[in-house]
Design a protein around this ligand. Structure first.
Ligand code: IPD
Ligand code: CA
Ligand code: CA
Length: 273
């Protein structure tokens, strides 16, 4: 409980600092490609969280998107998986619709998840086995839905890829409608809240899903990769999350018929971080 309260507090403080500086000039750099951006706020937020965690719990380990814990290759002890800003493109273009995401694991077991929608001051949080909340309100168990009466979310980019379009286009076609939020952590939170019934995407890193995974599972979401396997929290994974019924429908009807192709994509692209 101590770690949970501490995490809650430092995430709220980090969010307050971001809100206070939202109108300041930011420094933007590109990473792997011209659309992969990082700002000084991403880096400063991770650095601040890292220093606070380390000064309170020196033995804890931290895997962060902006460079901390690159040598971490096992889940021993207390492991924090941190995305200081998930939805950096939204942060840069919209100054909203981004989140701080943290998942905490103890010896590989889920312990606590946080997704903080900073500009709306909405903290999604969960303790494994005890429930999930949005601020002070407990989130309800998910209701089963069918694809044809559901809102789902994904990244439209996957529809432009020839092989993946075979899977993604029929799903988008059959769903009631599709959303693209631009923050994987908020995509998970939206499923946990019941705003959407499923979220599917091809490649997320541990920091994109670690917080949301714990929150979503607490309300009964099924969270797997697109082969129906458990997520490895130290590797990139494809993602399929939804209430029990729609998860089964999507997996059996739309993904598993392409198992061989998906296995090949997983082997080629998802090994390593
Ligand atoms: C990204 C967002 C986006 C998802 C990308 C992620 P970032 O994280 O979660 O929604 O589609 O795969 O990389 O770079 O904004 O932290
Ligand atoms: Ca991210
Ligand atoms: Ca990020």
């Amino acid at each position: 409980m101590e770690i949970y309260k501490f995490a809650y507090q430092i995430i709220q403080e980090a969010g307050q600092i971001i809100r206070d500086s939202i109108d300041d000039d930011i420094q933007i750099e590109t990473k792997s490609n011209p659309n992969d951006l990082v700002t000084n706020i991403d880096k400063e937020t991770e650095e601040r969280l890292f220093n606070q965690i380390k000064s309170t719990y020196p033995e804890h380990r931290i895997l962060g998107e902006e460079g901390h814990g690159t040598d971490i290759d096992n889940t021993e002890g207390v492991l924090w998986i941190v995305d200081p800003i998930d939805g950096t493109l939204n942060f840069v273009h919209q100054q909203e619709n981004f989140a701080i995401s943290i998942g905490i694991f103890i010896d590989g077991e889920k312990y606590a998840g946080f997704v903080y929608d900073v500009m709306n001051d909405k903290m999604y949080h969960a303790i494994a086995g005890k429930g999930a909340w949005l601020n002070n309100e407990q989130l309800k168990p998910l209701e089963d839905t069918d694809l044809k009466t559901s809102l789902i979310s994904t990244n439209p980019l996957w529809l432009t890829k020839e092989k993946l379009a075979k899977i993604y286009m029929p799903i988008v076609d059959q769903a009631r409608s599709t959303r693209a939020y631009g923050s994987a952590a908020l995509d998970f939170a939206n499923v946990a809240k019941g705003n959407t019934s499923a979220y599917l995407t091809m490649r997320l890193h541990p920091w994109d899903f670690a917080g949301g995974l714990i929150i979503a599972e607490e309300v009964g979401a099924v969270v797997t990769n697109q082969l129906g396997e458990h997520l490895n929290i130290l590797e990139a994974n494809s993602i399929l999350i939804g209430n029990k019924k729609i998860h089964q429908e999507l997996l059996n009807k739309y993904f598993l018929p392409y198992k061989t192709m998906l296995e090949q994509i997983h082997t080629e692209r998802f090994k390593g971080k």
